[in-house]
Design a protein around this ligand. Structure first.
Ligand code: ADP
Ligand code: ZN
Length: 527
């Protein structure tokens, strides 16, 4: 390793300049580095792209010994190691997919004090063999990357992370630094207790990403909306379209290919070889779209993802923000689009209601779902609204989200709401939005005829408005909890507590006029 340089004894600033070529630390990096240099345990919370890696890479180079980085994803480790070695850093990885000889070389380098950074997977670390080996080395620090994997609370729970609690006793006196982009308080406290670092200094960076342009639209014609967003925003970069199901990722990728895009699907049900192929193409930098489930997540660090689109509403602001955070890691303007509709909201609530989880957990999940729903319907600055979910106050509106650019107007919809609620009631609380709108508009459909709905007093009371307009009203009545799903066939029913005062005229209903409605209508196919 002749062309590799040692930096022990240099200051963090020197290492930052000389090795990484950066002029200054960003945000909380400096505090994190200092804490580690002072032997403190630290928990670093920063959004994706916030610059977490330097928080452990720099002190690992300045301090004597090898810095151990525990990372859940092999692909991610390989990337980091390759990048570091290009910078002349003595870095290596140890994981189960390496051949025996390579593993042996790394072990020898380790013993001979030839490494500054060692990336290792939790299962490899926790073997007696590795532990014995590492005990013979001097460790500069232990970094636990993607630390939220330790929390059963989050969606990335990895049981092997639980064992990391022992690190404190196994390597006493070695400073530990846990890092994650998940900011909710519950995950935070889980990390501290599961890693046995109650005294850790908590460094929480701003989650504000000024280069992300947030937009949400009612879903009216999803393929058109996706194509429209891609043609406007993707440029020569990449796009990720998050879909609610594996099947959807495949059908959408196919549709996009037919339109001339380089497009792949990605989900957990694919073979490792297929997944690897997509990741390789994605990293290669060619313009492309990945239609994916949320399995396409950790370690997606392509800098020029120009747009992230959600075909379905995520179930929490944390998930949403983490996924859109994969856009614009190079700091350039990037666009995000969230598509949502009333059915999706009603279904998410229904599933959660039926879910077999402990009551306290269910209430917390419901809380996050409701925050997400409010986020979709907010009339204020969307960036402010999402940051508020993480307890962060952005003092001025961002100026570039959809609501800042086109402030939505509100209108009195009391009468319209009463018409919808009456129609639901009169038709027996069993039809979905499409049939309800047919009744409102007085359209003879097969279902109308079969159930003789044309004889009801509500038949045709909404003739004066378009289908899209009624869809908007129904969606917002769902969002505010006046309507909900009954059973799992998509039928909508009244939520008595909220619906009754509206029907009686005791409360006025003010709804937001969808700013995008006119634009979407001009795209056609919106009935
Ligand atoms: P995270 O792990 O938090 O998602 P990374 O550590 O991958 O983020 O950093 C994101 C990007 O920001 C990288 O391209 C990195 O080189 C860059 N970066 C990090 N810190 C600095 C800094 N102090 N100055 C300039 N660029 C930085
Ligand atoms: Zn805004």
């Amino acid at each position: 390793m002749d062309h590799f340089t040692r930096h022990v004894g240099e200051s963090p600033e020197e290492v930052l300049h000389k090795v990484f070529g950066f002029t200054a630390f960003r945000g909380l990096q400096e505090s994190a580095v200092q804490a580690v240099m002072n032997h403190e345990d630290v928990l670093v919370l920063m959004p994706t792209g916030g610059g977490k890696s330097l928080c452990y890479q720099v002190p690992a180079l300045c301090r004597k010994g090898v810095g151990l980085i525990i990372s859940p994803l092999i692909a991610l480790m390989e990337d980091q190691v390759a990048g570091l070695r290009q910078l002349g850093v003595r870095a290596a990885a140890l994981h189960s997919e390496m051949d025996h000889q390579d593993q042996q070389t790394v072990r020898e380098d380790l013993i001979c004090d030839q490494l500054d950074l060692l990336y290792i997977s939790p299962e490899r670390l926790l073997t007696p063999y590795s532990l014995n080996l590492l005990k013979r080395c001097s460790l500069s620090l232990i970094a636990i990357d993607e630390a939220h994997c330790v929390s059963a609370w989050g969606h990335d729970f990895r049981p092997e992370y639980r064992e990391l609690a022992n690190l404190k006793e196994l390597f006493p006196g070695v400073p530990r630094i846990a890092l994650t982009a998940t900011a909710d308080p519950r995950t935070r406290s889980d990390i501290l207790s599961a890693l046995d670092m109650p005294q850790a200094r908590i460094l929480m960076g701003s989650f504000h990403r000024n280069n992300l342009f947030l937009q949400a639209q009612p879903k009216l014609s999803e393929t058109r909306q996706v194509l429209d967003a891609l043609s406007r925003h993707m440029g020569q970069g990449a796009a990720i379209v998050y879909c609610g199901s594996r099947k959807k990722t495949e059908s959408l990728a196919r549709q996009l290919r037919e339109k001339g895009y380089t497009a792949f699907s990605f989900h957990a049900g694919m073979s490792p070889a297929d997944k690897k192929n997509v990741l390789l193409r994605f990293r290669s930098g060619e313009p492309m779209v990945v239609a994916a489930t949320i399995a396409f997540g950790m370690g997606i660090d392509r800098p020029d993802v120009r747009t992230v689109i959600h075909l379905d509403m995520p179930t929490s602001p944390e998930g949403y923000y983490q996924q859109i955070g994969r856009a614009g890691r190079d700091g350039e303007l990037s666009h995000t689009l969230l598509l949502y509709n009333g059915e999706g909201v009603a279904r998410a609530r229904y599933w959660l209601e039926e879910a077999q989880v402990p009551e306290s957990e269910k209430r917390a999940m419901q809380g996050r779902l409701e925050s997400m729903i409010s986020l979709t319907e907010t009339t204020g600055c969307r960036t402010q609204a999402v940051l508020a979910c993480f307890g962060e106050a952005l003092h001025e509106p961002c100026g570039h989200c959809d609501n800042c650019l086109h402030p939505p107007s509100t209108f009195d919809a009391t009468e319209a709401a009463q018409k919808v609620l009456s129609t639901i009631y009169r038709t027996g609380e069993r039809f979905g939005a499409v049939q309800l709108i047919a009744v409102l508009k007085g359209k003879m459909t097969e279902a109308v005829e079969r159930h003789a709905l044309q004889h009801l007093s509500v038949f045709g009371i909404g003739k004066d408005r378009t289908d899209v307009w009624w869809r908007m009203v129904i969606r917002q009545l769902i969002a505010r909890g006046a309507i909900g799903m009954v059973g799992d066939h998509g039928g909508l029913g009244l939520k008595r507590e909220t619906a009754r005062p509206i029907l009686r005229g005791d409360v006025a209903v003010s709804l937001r006029e969808d700013a995008t409605l006119r634009h979407l209508a001009s795209m056609g196919n919106t009935t």
